[in-house]
Design a protein around this ligand. Structure first.
Ligand SMILES: C[S@@+](CC[C@H](N)C(=O)[O-])C[C@H]1O[C@@H](n2cnc3c(N)ncnc32)[C@H](O)[C@@H]1O
Length: 198
């Protein structure tokens, strides 16, 4: 195990303390956090999007990898969580916390495409991935976790994840790798498939 070698960034530690106090257990684990930090560092000046902010643990890891020109937008449905996350991230001017339903937000979004998207909500991961794909820059990274069985899963969730794994590997505009490590991840590069010419 390498967890003891991974130093938690201050903002993630602050967010985790809030999560622990409120007994909120959905934050990203330390291995996933370290991976997010590494991937964010590969996008200097990048536009980073996190879908499902929670209290900001994952955001803290992303910010720790980002350079000074990169920007993070993180979306959260529940007002109490969005408020807690905003209070944690207020110290970092590169971060914006948006209290919104990510489905509505992505549907209305007309800004520039994103260079890295961490999808951490059920609906955008399993049902409305099209809304995320529509806003990926060429070469962007698409990341999702929680793809390995967990005790809390319902019976109905197992086939949903299996379908996700099959579908994501068959996406024509993605170059994906399934990583059976930590909570189970997919990391995919967005590459417009080259259609045959006339
Ligand atoms: C797994 S937790 C996020 C953990 C966080 N990304 C981290 O790394 O610590 C999923 C979050 O998505 C939020 N969420 C669920 N549905 C959503 C939606 N439609 N739009 C925005 N946020 C949503 C939940 O309230 C919850 O806080």
């Amino acid at each position: 195990m390498t967890e003891h070698l991974i130093e938690v960034p201050p903002l993630s530690a602050k967010a985790q303390a809030i999560a622990d106090k409120g007994r909120w257990g959905l934050s990203s684990d330390r291995q996933t956090g370290a991976l997010l930090r590494t991937l964010a560092a590969s996008k200097p000046g990048g536009r980073i999007l996190e879908i499902g902010a929670g209290v900001g643990v994952g955001s803290g890891w992303l910010l720790a990898g980002m350079d000074s020109a990169a920007r993070l937008t993180t979306l959260e449905l529940f007002p109490g969580l969005a408020k807690a996350c905003a209070s944690v991230l207020a110290a970092d001017g590169r971060a914006e916390v948006v209290h919104t339903d990510a489905v509505d937000w992505l549907t209305a979004y007309a800004g520039p495409p994103f260079d890295l998207v961490f999808v951490d909500t059920t609906i955008l991961k399993f049902e409305r991935r099209d809304l995320v794909f529509a806003h990926l820059a060429d070469g962007a990274l698409f990341v999702a976790d929680d793809l390995l069985p967990q005790e809390k899963w319902t019976e109905a969730h197992y086939p949903r994840v299996e379908r996700f794994r099959e579908e994501i590997m068959a996406e024509p505009d993605l170059v994906p790798t399934l990583v059976d490590w930590a909570s189970g991840l997919v990391i995919a590069s967005h590459r417009k498939s080259e259609r045959p010419g006339p």
